[in-house]
Design a protein around this ligand. Structure first.
Ligand SMILES: [Zn+2]
Ligand SMILES: [Zn+2]
Length: 250
Protein backbone atom coordinates (compact mmCIF):
# COMPACT_ATOMS: atom_id res chain seq x y z
CA UNK A 1 0.00 0.00 0.00
CA UNK A 2 1.46 3.39 -0.97
CA UNK A 3 1.85 6.19 1.59
CA UNK A 4 -0.96 8.06 -0.16
CA UNK A 5 -3.43 5.17 0.16
CA UNK A 6 -2.35 4.53 3.78
CA UNK A 7 -3.10 8.18 4.56
CA UNK A 8 -6.56 7.89 2.93
CA UNK A 9 -7.19 4.72 4.93
CA UNK A 10 -6.34 6.58 8.18
CA UNK A 11 -8.64 9.47 7.22
CA UNK A 12 -11.53 7.07 6.64
CA UNK A 13 -11.07 5.28 9.96
CA UNK A 14 -10.05 7.92 12.50
CA UNK A 15 -11.15 11.43 13.46
CA UNK A 16 -8.78 14.35 12.73
CA UNK A 17 -8.25 14.95 16.47
CA UNK A 18 -7.26 11.29 17.06
CA UNK A 19 -4.87 11.42 14.09
CA UNK A 20 -3.36 14.71 15.26
CA UNK A 21 -2.78 13.49 18.83
CA UNK A 22 -1.58 9.96 18.03
CA UNK A 23 0.60 11.02 15.07
CA UNK A 24 2.22 13.83 17.07
CA UNK A 25 2.83 11.47 20.02
CA UNK A 26 4.48 8.89 17.72
CA UNK A 27 6.84 11.58 16.35
CA UNK A 28 7.62 12.70 19.95
CA UNK A 29 8.36 9.15 20.99
CA UNK A 30 10.61 8.26 18.08
CA UNK A 31 12.38 11.59 17.49
CA UNK A 32 12.71 12.75 21.09
CA UNK A 33 12.69 9.74 23.43
CA UNK A 34 14.34 7.14 21.18
CA UNK A 35 16.96 9.57 19.83
CA UNK A 36 17.71 10.90 23.36
CA UNK A 37 18.05 7.33 24.64
CA UNK A 38 20.50 6.56 21.82
CA UNK A 39 22.69 9.61 22.63
CA UNK A 40 22.59 8.91 26.39
CA UNK A 41 23.41 5.22 25.88
CA UNK A 42 26.49 5.96 23.74
CA UNK A 43 28.98 6.50 26.64
CA UNK A 44 27.90 3.15 28.15
CA UNK A 45 27.96 1.16 24.89
CA UNK A 46 30.94 2.78 23.14
CA UNK A 47 32.88 4.69 25.84
CA UNK A 48 36.02 5.43 23.78
CA UNK A 49 34.03 6.56 20.72
CA UNK A 50 31.78 8.70 22.93
CA UNK A 51 34.72 10.37 24.75
CA UNK A 52 36.35 11.18 21.40
CA UNK A 53 33.26 13.02 20.16
CA UNK A 54 32.10 14.80 23.36
CA UNK A 55 32.39 18.60 23.13
CA UNK A 56 33.03 19.09 26.87
CA UNK A 57 35.27 17.27 29.33
CA UNK A 58 34.23 14.07 31.08
CA UNK A 59 34.28 15.70 34.56
CA UNK A 60 31.59 18.19 33.43
CA UNK A 61 29.18 15.46 32.25
CA UNK A 62 26.03 14.88 34.38
CA UNK A 63 25.99 12.09 36.97
CA UNK A 64 23.50 9.21 36.84
CA UNK A 65 21.50 10.85 39.67
CA UNK A 66 21.26 14.07 37.62
CA UNK A 67 20.17 12.09 34.57
CA UNK A 68 17.43 10.40 36.61
CA UNK A 69 16.24 13.77 37.86
CA UNK A 70 16.30 15.04 34.27
CA UNK A 71 14.19 12.06 33.16
CA UNK A 72 11.54 12.78 35.83
CA UNK A 73 11.26 16.49 34.92
CA UNK A 74 11.03 15.70 31.19
CA UNK A 75 8.30 13.11 31.89
CA UNK A 76 6.35 15.73 33.87
CA UNK A 77 6.69 18.21 30.99
CA UNK A 78 5.61 15.67 28.39
CA UNK A 79 2.57 14.64 30.46
CA UNK A 80 1.70 18.33 30.73
CA UNK A 81 2.09 18.80 26.93
CA UNK A 82 -0.08 15.77 26.21
CA UNK A 83 -2.77 16.95 28.64
CA UNK A 84 -2.72 20.44 27.08
CA UNK A 85 -2.90 19.00 23.56
CA UNK A 86 -5.86 16.72 24.40
CA UNK A 87 -7.67 19.59 26.17
CA UNK A 88 -7.26 21.94 23.18
CA UNK A 89 -8.45 19.24 20.77
CA UNK A 90 -11.48 18.54 23.01
CA UNK A 91 -12.35 22.27 23.15
CA UNK A 92 -12.09 22.47 19.33
CA UNK A 93 -14.51 19.55 19.03
CA UNK A 94 -16.95 20.97 21.61
CA UNK A 95 -17.16 24.42 20.01
CA UNK A 96 -17.15 22.95 16.48
CA UNK A 97 -13.91 24.68 15.45
CA UNK A 98 -12.24 23.19 12.36
CA UNK A 99 -8.90 21.39 12.92
CA UNK A 100 -5.78 23.58 13.17
CA UNK A 101 -4.12 21.60 10.36
CA UNK A 102 -5.46 20.48 6.97
CA UNK A 103 -6.50 16.85 6.58
CA UNK A 104 -6.78 16.82 2.77
CA UNK A 105 -7.02 13.44 1.06
CA UNK A 106 -4.03 14.38 -1.09
CA UNK A 107 -0.64 14.47 0.60
CA UNK A 108 1.20 17.82 0.38
CA UNK A 109 3.61 18.30 -2.51
CA UNK A 110 7.35 18.44 -1.86
CA UNK A 111 7.35 22.16 -2.73
CA UNK A 112 4.59 22.81 -0.18
CA UNK A 113 6.42 20.83 2.53
CA UNK A 114 9.71 22.67 1.90
CA UNK A 115 7.97 26.08 1.82
CA UNK A 116 5.97 25.50 5.05
CA UNK A 117 8.89 23.90 6.91
CA UNK A 118 11.17 26.81 5.95
CA UNK A 119 8.51 29.25 7.22
CA UNK A 120 8.22 27.20 10.44
CA UNK A 121 11.99 27.26 11.01
CA UNK A 122 12.05 31.05 10.56
CA UNK A 123 9.09 31.73 12.89
CA UNK A 124 10.51 29.31 15.48
CA UNK A 125 13.83 31.18 15.36
CA UNK A 126 12.01 34.50 16.04
CA UNK A 127 9.75 33.16 18.84
CA UNK A 128 12.50 31.12 20.51
CA UNK A 129 15.22 33.78 20.26
CA UNK A 130 13.20 36.60 21.89
CA UNK A 131 11.61 34.35 24.54
CA UNK A 132 15.10 33.01 25.35
CA UNK A 133 16.64 36.51 25.52
CA UNK A 134 13.83 37.53 27.88
CA UNK A 135 14.43 34.44 30.05
CA UNK A 136 18.00 35.67 30.60
CA UNK A 137 16.78 38.97 32.11
CA UNK A 138 18.01 38.93 35.75
CA UNK A 139 14.46 39.37 37.13
CA UNK A 140 13.11 36.37 35.20
CA UNK A 141 16.11 34.04 34.93
CA UNK A 142 16.15 32.48 38.46
CA UNK A 143 12.53 31.30 38.44
CA UNK A 144 11.94 30.45 34.77
CA UNK A 145 15.16 29.57 32.96
CA UNK A 146 17.76 28.60 35.58
CA UNK A 147 16.54 24.97 35.75
CA UNK A 148 17.34 24.50 32.01
CA UNK A 149 20.89 25.76 32.67
CA UNK A 150 21.51 23.17 35.37
CA UNK A 151 23.39 21.12 32.77
CA UNK A 152 26.41 23.19 31.70
CA UNK A 153 27.44 20.15 29.64
CA UNK A 154 24.01 19.18 28.26
CA UNK A 155 22.74 15.77 27.16
CA UNK A 156 19.96 15.13 24.63
CA UNK A 157 17.24 14.52 27.25
CA UNK A 158 18.01 17.91 28.86
CA UNK A 159 16.51 19.58 25.78
CA UNK A 160 13.16 19.47 27.60
CA UNK A 161 14.54 19.83 31.14
CA UNK A 162 12.75 23.10 31.90
CA UNK A 163 10.26 24.85 34.14
CA UNK A 164 6.63 24.54 32.98
CA UNK A 165 6.61 28.23 31.93
CA UNK A 166 9.72 27.75 29.81
CA UNK A 167 8.34 24.51 28.41
CA UNK A 168 5.21 26.33 27.18
CA UNK A 169 6.93 29.48 25.87
CA UNK A 170 10.16 28.06 24.45
CA UNK A 171 9.42 24.42 23.60
CA UNK A 172 5.70 24.09 22.80
CA UNK A 173 4.69 27.48 21.32
CA UNK A 174 7.56 28.12 18.83
CA UNK A 175 7.03 24.66 17.31
CA UNK A 176 3.24 24.29 17.45
CA UNK A 177 2.26 27.83 16.40
CA UNK A 178 3.97 28.52 12.98
CA UNK A 179 2.27 25.80 10.91
CA UNK A 180 -1.09 26.57 12.48
CA UNK A 181 -0.72 30.12 11.12
CA UNK A 182 -0.30 28.76 7.59
CA UNK A 183 -2.89 26.02 8.25
CA UNK A 184 -0.48 23.51 6.80
CA UNK A 185 -1.23 19.88 6.01
CA UNK A 186 -1.05 17.60 9.08
CA UNK A 187 1.73 15.55 7.46
CA UNK A 188 3.78 18.73 6.85
CA UNK A 189 3.58 19.50 10.58
CA UNK A 190 4.86 16.01 11.40
CA UNK A 191 7.80 16.53 9.02
CA UNK A 192 8.51 19.90 10.71
CA UNK A 193 8.21 18.38 14.21
CA UNK A 194 10.53 15.52 13.22
CA UNK A 195 13.22 17.96 12.06
CA UNK A 196 12.84 20.23 15.10
CA UNK A 197 13.02 17.35 17.60
CA UNK A 198 16.05 15.86 15.86
CA UNK A 199 17.62 19.34 15.95
CA UNK A 200 16.89 19.98 19.64
CA UNK A 201 18.07 16.54 20.82
CA UNK A 202 21.22 16.80 18.68
CA UNK A 203 22.15 20.33 19.81
CA UNK A 204 21.75 19.21 23.44
CA UNK A 205 23.55 15.90 22.86
CA UNK A 206 26.99 17.31 23.67
CA UNK A 207 28.46 15.49 20.64
CA UNK A 208 30.30 16.98 17.67
CA UNK A 209 28.21 14.98 15.16
CA UNK A 210 26.66 16.50 12.02
CA UNK A 211 29.50 18.94 11.38
CA UNK A 212 29.50 20.09 15.01
CA UNK A 213 25.91 21.40 14.85
CA UNK A 214 25.69 21.13 18.67
CA UNK A 215 28.60 23.55 19.23
CA UNK A 216 26.50 26.73 19.23
CA UNK A 217 23.88 25.65 21.77
CA UNK A 218 26.43 23.71 23.79
CA UNK A 219 28.41 26.95 24.17
CA UNK A 220 25.21 28.70 25.31
CA UNK A 221 24.93 26.17 28.15
CA UNK A 222 28.60 26.63 28.96
CA UNK A 223 28.88 30.43 28.68
CA UNK A 224 25.25 31.65 29.16
CA UNK A 225 25.44 34.90 27.15
CA UNK A 226 25.94 33.71 23.58
CA UNK A 227 23.90 31.82 20.97
CA UNK A 228 20.31 32.31 22.12
CA UNK A 229 18.69 31.32 18.82
CA UNK A 230 18.14 28.07 16.97
CA UNK A 231 19.53 28.68 13.48
CA UNK A 232 21.78 31.63 14.28
CA UNK A 233 20.13 34.35 12.14
CA UNK A 234 19.06 36.54 15.07
CA UNK A 235 22.30 35.92 16.98
CA UNK A 236 24.09 37.32 13.94
CA UNK A 237 21.64 40.28 13.70
CA UNK A 238 21.92 41.14 17.42
CA UNK A 239 25.63 40.38 17.79
CA UNK A 240 25.07 37.54 20.28
CA UNK A 241 26.80 34.93 18.13
CA UNK A 242 29.82 34.80 20.45
CA UNK A 243 32.10 36.81 18.20
CA UNK A 244 32.14 39.73 20.64
CA UNK A 245 33.83 39.68 24.09
CA UNK A 246 31.91 37.35 26.41
CA UNK A 247 30.85 38.22 29.93
CA UNK A 248 29.52 35.38 32.07
CA UNK A 249 26.42 36.06 34.17
CA UNK A 250 24.88 33.27 36.23
ZN1 LIG B 1 19.38 24.27 26.01
ZN1 LIG C 1 19.56 30.08 28.17
Amino acid sequence: MSISSQWKHLLQNYSSSTLEFVGTSIVQFTCFWAVSAFYIALPYIFPAFSARHKLQKQEKQPTQAELWDCFKVVCRNQVFSAFLHISLLKIDTLVGRPPSYRFDDALPSLVEVVRDVAFGILIREILFYYAHRLFHHPSIYPTIHKPHHRFTAPVALAAQYASITEHILANILPISLPLRLTRSHMVTFWVFLTLELLETTTVHSGYDFFAGSARRHDSHHEKFVVNFGTVGILDWVHGTDGKKKEKRVE
